[in-house]
Design a protein around this ligand. Structure first.
Ligand code: SF4
Length: 121
């Protein structure tokens, strides 16, 4: 289910960062994230990425529990100021499955869509 998230209010529950799947990163994002982490791009690629399943570019590594490797125990994104577009665009460009909709605590500020979990203040 694709949504317009202009009114989406994220409460930082981390559900999307734990959702199965991949986070693709492009060259500009590799440069930005490496710079933010104060490491060179090769080190970033070696430590935090792997080849995408379709072999078209790189994706972020998963943590042992399946979450994104940059998700902290208190549901913060370690690279939030420079996180990939795919993350910034949630849920706008995602086809959000009902199971993820049920887990996400964010919501819409307007009345158009009641899909997410109802945890938004
Ligand atoms: S990069 Fe940040 S926002 Fe994106 S999935 Fe990882 S922890 Fe979540």
């Amino acid at each position: 289910m694709e949504q317009n998230n202009s009114e989406f209010h994220c409460v930082g529950c981390g559900a999307c960062c734990r959702w199965e799947g991949i986070v693709r990163i492009n060259d500009a994002e590799i440069a930005d994230i490496s710079n933010y982490l104060n490491i060179n791009e090769l080190e970033f690629i070696e430590r935090y990425t792997r080849l995408a399943p379709d072999r078209r570019g790189l994706v972020l590594l998963d943590a042992p529990d399946g979450a994104c490797c940059f998700l902290t125990p208190d549901n913060r994104c370690r690279i939030h100021p420079v996180k990939p577009r795919q993350c910034r665009d949630f849920p706008k460009t995602w086809s959000v499955p009902p199971e993820l909709m049920a887990r996400c605590k964010g919501g819409m500020r307007n009345e158009e869509w009641q899909g997410f979990g109802g945890g938004a203040p």
